[in-house]
Design a protein around this ligand. Structure first.
Ligand code: CP3
Length: 341
């Protein structure tokens, strides 16, 4: 079995499998060259040969144990009918959903494939092009995180527009959450049909939900999506990332059916080993800033994380995505520390 699958099945390994969030990205010169060729970011996502190429680049350079499909969590809103553009240096811009009329313009969940068909083609290319021991990860955003972008029309530091809609027009907010949930199930299920072997659900803004809202809008949608995916694809492993969930990382795996819970940088290692890794496989949680800094602190922290999680199933990764200013050579410092003594 592939190293990643063994960890997700609950196996402890002396050297854990490793991959990095945003491992295909702007810190790599070869990514920047391919992106230049594609024109803009969305053209890169929707050109299967080029999306497969950038997925493969970090595998060639570093020999990671897993390749994550090159796409974006905002393709689901686009497939539901939102206008989406990426403004250079500013991030994503979407048409907003704040009224019943906006919501009425969205398409049904079953129609997403018309837009996302090229994404499935990327996965079919990867099925043949990746080395046999590298696991293929498909992904989507979790409904709350995707809703925060659809409601605000952009990234927001505190997700205030989404909280406002939730508090002022809960039926509309919940209808939107439901539509995203259904679309995400269709999209992820088609990714599995096209060759994804593992699914990861990114809830980047889960940490901004109150304890009560967390159960309703982070935990419950994850449970619904994971449950339906596993019903359609028995044995499918799923990684959940309720970022900045704090104490609520504990219990998240058992409550949602996720096989692995990805931890952000803020999580204490000993607490997580005791309280979370005793329930499910854990993934994480190196600070991406250390990939910018490099040097002995990067090597030391890598070994510290490996050793803290040495007693159970662990997937080595960052606590959040690698940043464009990371030095590609620093990844080797981490790999040498992880795989060496
Ligand atoms: O290598 C991989 O991890 C696979 C591809 C991937 C991308 N985005 C490519 C991307 C994945 C898994 C994502 C997830 C994603 N996208 C999340 C969840 C994870 C997280 O980081 O919290 C979110 C919130 C998004 C939405 C998004 N996409 C934003 C806010 C931005 C703009 C900010 C930025 O980093 O530029 C993007 C753009 C994006 N998605 C890039 C990449 C490689 C950069 C685009 C470029 O090349 O200019």
């Amino acid at each position: 079995m592939k190293k990643l699958m063994r960890a997700l099945a609950g196996e402890r390994q002396d050297i854990p499998p490793v991959w990095l969030m945003r491992q295909a990205g702007r810190y790599l010169p070869e990514y920047r060259a391919t992106r230049e060729k594609a024109g803009d970011f969305l053209s890169l996502c929707y050109t299967p040969e080029l999306a497969a190429e950038v997925t493969l680049q970090p595998i060639r350079r570093y020999g990671f144990d897993a390749a994550i499909l090159f796409a974006d969590i905002l393709l689901v809103p686009q497939a539901l009918g939102a206008d989406l553009t990426f403004v250079k240096g500013e991030g994503p811009r979407l048409s907003t959903v704040t009224t019943e009329a906006d919501f009425a313009r969205l398409g049904p969940a079953a129609d997403v494939h018309a837009t996302t068909a090229p994404i499935y083609e990327t996965l079919r290319i990867l099925r043949d092009a990746l080395p046999a021991d590298v696991a293929r990860i498909g992904f989507a955003g979790a409904p709350w995180t995707v809703a925060t972008y659809m409601i605000a029309g952009r990234g927001t530091p505190d997700q205030a527009p989404a909280h406002k809609l939730k508090d002022e027009n809960r039926p509309l907010f919940e209808a939107l959450m439901q539509r995203i949930t259904e679309a995400t199930i269709e999209y992820l299920s088609a990714q599995v049909d096209a060759g994804a072997e593992v699914i990861k659900l990114f809830d980047s803004w889960a940490g901004s939900l109150s304890a009560e809202d967390f159960d309703t809008y982070a935990l419950e949608p994850a449970r619904a999506i994971i449950g339906e995916l596993k019903r359609r694809h028995p044995g499918l492993p799923v990684i959940a990332f309720p970022r900045e969930a704090g104490a609520r990382f504990k219990g998240f795996g058992p409550a949602t059916g996720a096989d692995c819970v990805a931890l952000d940088t803020a999580v204490d290692l000993d607490w997580a080993a005791r309280e979370v890794q005793s329930e499910v496989c854990v993934q994480g949680n190196l600070d991406p800033a250390l990939m910018v800094e490099g040097g002995p602190r990067l090597a030391a922290r890598t070994r510290e994380i490996r050793d803290a999680f040495a007693g159970g199933p662990h997937v080595f990764n960052l606590g959040h995505g690698i940043t464009p200013d990371a030095d590609p050579d620093h990844v080797h410092i981490m790999l040498d520390a992880l795989r060496g003594s």
